[in-house]
Every structure is written in C-alpha cells, then in structure tokens.
Design a protein around this ligand. Structure first.
Ligand code: ATP
Ligand code: FE
Length: 328
C-alpha cells in the first residue's frame, strides 16, 4: 500500500510517498524560508502564492523520484489543520483535485499529530510516550496514548519558542551578521551563543511558580528588547547595527529558553509518572520541531531525561521540521 502525503500548512511545500511499513519511497520539498527572512516574517498571501507556484512540481517530483504513478496510490493524505488558512488551502485543494481525478481515498491529517508520531518511522516506540513539540509556530507537551489518542498537558500561553528566537534574532539584526545571514533566527542564536558568555546577562525563566505544564515566551522577548535598547544607548550605536554584546545576549537567551523548556518538561514527566500515565522505569520522551535541533536545548532535556529515568528520542533533523513524509 502506498500513501502520498502533502504538506502546505506554513512555509514549506512538501510531498512524499511512504509504504505501509514506513518505508520512504521518495520526497520533495520547497522551502520559502529565504523569501520570508527578507520580509522579516511570513506574509500569508505571499506564502499562499509560493505554494501555488510550487505545489504541482513538488507533488510530481515526489511521485517521480518514488517511481510511482498516481493510479498506484492507495490513498492521499493531506494536512488540514492547524496552520495558516491560506497556505493550508493550497495543499488541500490540490489534493482534492487528485482525489477526484484518480478516485482515491482522502486522509485528513492533523499537522501536530503527524509531528508527534514521526518518531515511529525511525524508532520502535510503544504507546504511551510523552512528546514535546517546539517550533516556530507551536509549543506543546502531550501524552501520546495511540495513533489518534492524545492528552494535551501544556502549551504556550502566547508565542512559540522558535518565534521568540526569530524575533530576538531580528532585533539583534543577525541577518546582517556575516556568519549568520542565511540562517533562521533560532539557528543564528545558537551559532552566536557559542561565542558568548551566558553569565553576562541574567534573564529569569518565565512561570517559575506556575503549577502546570504551560509555557510563555513573550515576557522574555520584551525583557530582551529592553536590554538591547539599553545596550544600544550604552554602546552608542543605532538600531539595526550589531551590538558588541550580541553574542552574550544570544547565549543568555538560549540558556533561559533551555531552562524554561526543561523545567516545564520535568513537571510533565513527574505528573505523568505520579498519575501512572507513563511507565516508572522505561518512559520515552520524544522531542521534535525546528527548535529541537538546538543542541544546547537538547542537552538540557537530556539532563531532565536522565534525572527521571526517561529515554530521550529525537527524530533526525530532517524529520523534525515540516515535511511530506510525516503526513504520508
Ligand atoms: P510549525 O510550527 O508548523 O512546525 P515552523 O515552520 O515554525 O512551523 P519548523 O520548521 O519546525 O516549524 O521550525 C522552524 C523554527 O525553528 C524557527 O522558528 C527557527 O528559528 C527554529 N530553529 C531552527 N533551527 C534552530 C536552532 N538550531 N535552534 C533554535 N531554534 C531553531
Ligand atoms: Fe510543523
């Protein structure tokens, strides 16, 4: 059985063909990141237009590298939510045209559920397991009890960590930094943090006293905005130029973000164990999403996993970000 997966929920036009054993026959992806970096964020009608320009070519490419013709497919799966309505619409209408033309069953896919289940393509993971999804658009902790059985334990009350890192990177004008100009905000922060000293700034992790597993990132973003403004005054530079303390700020924001994410995840693990929702001795913590590619944040989560006798698993970086394989 062969399934075609189509993903257009945000800024990647992606498609893949996967068989019933999880074997990937082929995939294709077109990323809009470079365009959106220039405008300082995603403008939905621009994303929609780019999806329209690429969807046919990407689906065709995924099918041809897989050496599969549409008539050989058993079903067509497509992301239907959550995401940008204009972006989702392009994938959905293209998919429904194929469904109609080739008379194939249609499988509607929840984007976050696909992210949460992706680990099962690369590792043998039994239900239930805990999943932490951290990306530019999402931030959630959930217990995965089955293919369509999820218990949401916590989410961001405002923006996602990737969004916050992107905003901080923009405020620090890292796009003008010779070493970071082609990187996403989060990656630029990770890169620069290696050259900085996190102890030069003391940003407190948010929600330290909150007795739940929710997250918050706007408070941290505002404190950093203020700090950057103050430093610009001190260093006598204009907004838009790179601060000499940019690397220290990057290291401190990465550290505080890692602490916050690790602490909320620790709470979730303790809660699940206490309520016997997760195994005491061999629970699995899966971490995915673009921010999960950050090695410093991953290290913090490894410490949490070790302290709670959990096994930490991350899908390979390529499967952590949006792709057609997870949908298929
Ligand atoms: P969705 O939330 O729907 O998955 P998305 O496009 O934001 O959408 P991803 O492609 O998974 O999701 O992640 C992109 C985000 O990850 C960006 O915000 C980017 O800054 C962040 N990111 C990428 N690499 C790193 C890194 N090394 N460290 C921290 N953040 C990173
Ligand atoms: Fe995603």
């Amino acid at each position: 059985k062969l399934v075609l997966g189509i993903e257009t929920s945000c800024d990647d036009t992606a498609a893949a063909v996967v068989d019933e054993t999880g074997n990937v026959l082929g995939e294709a992806i077109h990323s809009q990141t470079e365009v959106h970096l220039k405008t300082g964020g995603i403008i939905p009608p621009v994303a929609q237009q780019l999806h329209r320009e690429n969807i046919q070519r990407i689906v065709q490419e995924a099918l041809s590298v897989s050496k599969v013709s549409p008539s050989e497919l058993s079903a067509i799966a497509t992301t239907i939510k959550p995401g940008l309505a204009l972006s989702l619409g392009v994938g959905l209408s293209f998919s429904l045209q194929l469904v109609d033309k080739f008379k194939k069953p249609f499988i509607p896919i929840h984007h976050m559920e696909a992210h949460a289940l992706t680990i099962r393509l690369t590792n043998k993971v039994e239900f239930p397991f805990l999943v932490l999804l951290i990306s530019g658009g999402h931030c959630l902790l959930a217990l995965v009890r089955g293919v369509s059985d999820f218990l949401l334990l916590g989410k961001s009350l405002d923006i996602a960590p990737g969004d916050m890192l992107d905003k901080v990177a923009r405020r620090l004008s890292l796009i003008k930094h010779p070493e970071c100009s082609t990187m996403s905000g989060g990656k630029a922060i990770e890169h620069l943090a290696k050259q900085g000293n996190k102890l030069h700034f003391d940003f407190k992790p948010p929600m330290q006293r909150a007795k739940n597993c929710d997250f918050s990132f706007t408070g941290l973003q505002h404190i950093i905005d203020k700090t950057v403004m103050q430093k610009e005054k001190e260093e006598g530079i204009e907004k838009g130029q790179i601060l000499s303390s940019a690397a220290d700020i990057a290291a401190a924001v990465q550290h505080t973000t890692a602490c916050h994410i690790a602490k909320r995840t620790h709470r979730a693990i303790l809660f699940c164990k206490q309520k016997a929702l997760l195994s005491q001795s061999n629970a699995v913590l899966v971490v995915s999403g673009g921010v999960a590619s950050n090695l410093y944040i991953r290290k913090a989560l490894e410490i949490v996993a070790n302290a709670t006798q959990c096994t930490l698993l991350c899908p390979p970086p390529k499967l952590c970000t949006d792709n057609g394989i997870m949908i298929a």
